[in-house]
Design a protein. Structure first.
Length: 110
């Protein structure tokens, strides 16, 4: 069950470049669900995490899709297993891509 409201408790962000997409980068546990995976997704996709509309690289960037927990705490209830992720935008992006990379479990270690 998806809890509460889009834009308040959770959000989806994506970009599908025009033309063919060689690689799709997905972060189904972004935002407060697994902190750092959304930023990593944007960086790998060639976007600036603080300003996704500004590319980090020249030339074509990868397509990306993220599901992010936006709550101040308790985002773990928003986690959906990858096998149950059926967002139509994510599925369309993966279908249009030659490759897909899904990011999970970003944690800083000392």
């Amino acid at each position: 069950m998806l809890a509460d409201k889009e834009g308040i408790d959770w959000a989806r962000r994506s970009r599908q470049p025009s033309g063919s997409v060689r690689t799709a980068v997905l972060a189904p546990h972004g935002g407060g669900i697994e902190v750092g995976t959304g930023e990593l997704c944007l960086g790998i996709a060639g976007c600036r995490p603080e300003r996704p509309s500004r590319p980090l690289i020249s030339g074509p960037a990868y397509g990306y899709w993220m599901f992010e927990g936006l709550r101040g705490s308790g985002n773990s209830v928003l986690e959906v297993t990858s096998g149950h992720c059926d967002d139509p935008i994510a599925l369309a992006l993966v279908r249009a891509s030659d490759f897909a990379v899904s990011l999970h479990g970003c944690r800083a270690t000392s």
